[in-house]
Ligand binder design. Structure first.
Ligand code: SF4
Length: 243
């Protein structure tokens, strides 16, 4: 199934008489949506009790760099190159001061290596010069780092600092939020900013970090872009797109 739009969701829900608790519908009230979201979060806790980023890291700087590298790549690929990168360059200043070619050679396999090198070095310069070599632990400062947007900032804040400042919305979360009808503001599943805002409105703050990562796991394992496995999905009872 491709990205579920309103028509697809309405069609899916109208074709299924049972269970009656599945209501998607554009007419679903905010309160009903919040209630359904709580059930989804509860089911996610059961399925993915330890959901967190799969990017290996030992400190906030490593997670920041790994997250930049993960764009358009897989976590497995990133986890192969970061040990080499961090063994050679241990600090923000060391990464910032490296020649671009040294970094490009190591991260080449993650794709878009020239742009990623620019982002890593730009962010590391700022961390070294403005923040004393320490990755900032708040959203406003993180967003001043070149190449860092809310998704990367949310990963770092949630998984390196244990702070729930927002919900990580990547391609999996965008798709799942749309299929689960947990978003209503954006024009499609790629509208990350609006999807994040919707999720923050209906999900309790303490769950924001967990929800992002558990939906990523669920998207990978059960609900990929093609062929969602609705038959074995633990969220099917709360999903208007279930087939
Ligand atoms: S029931 Fe599960 S697998 Fe099927 S569309 Fe909904 S979330 Fe995805």
């Amino acid at each position: 199934m491709g990205t579920a739009g309103a028509n697809e969701l309405n069609k899916a829900s109208s074709e299924r008489a049972e269970p009656s608790t599945i209501m998607l519908k554009t007419s679903e009230s905010l309160e009903a949506k919040k209630k359904r979201a709580r059930k989804i979060v509860s089911a996610l806790h059961k399925s993915y009790p330890d959901a967190d980023t799969a990017l290996r890291h030992r400190n906030p700087l490593q997670l920041l760099v790994a997250t930049i590298l993960s764009a358009q790549s897989t976590d497995e690929t990133v986890n192969k190159v970061t040990p080499v990168l961090f063994k050679r360059f241990k600090t923000a200043r060391a990464l910032a001061g490296a020649s671009p070619g040294q970094i490009e050679e190591i991260i080449h396999s993650t794709g878009f290596f020239r742009q990623k090198t620019k982002s890593i070095q730009g962010a590391c310069w700022k961390v070294a010069d403005t923040f004393g070599g320490h990755v900032p632990d708040n959203m406003d400062d993180l967003l001043t780092l070149p190449g860092v947007a809310r998704k990367t900032a949310n990963v770092v804040l949630g998984s390196a600092f244990g702070k729930c400042e927002g919900v990580v919305v990547d391609t999996h979360v965008g798709r799942l939020a749309t299929r689960l009808a947990l978003t209503w503001s954006g024009k499609d599943s790629k509208d990350a900013v609006k999807i994040e805002r919707d999720l923050m409105e209906i999900i309790p703050r303490k769950e924001w970090t967990f929800v992002g990562h558990s939906l990523i796991w669920h998207g990978r394992k059960v609900c990929p872009a093609r062929k969602p496995d609705c038959e074995h999905c633990t969220l099917a009872g709360h999903c208007p797109s279930a087939m």
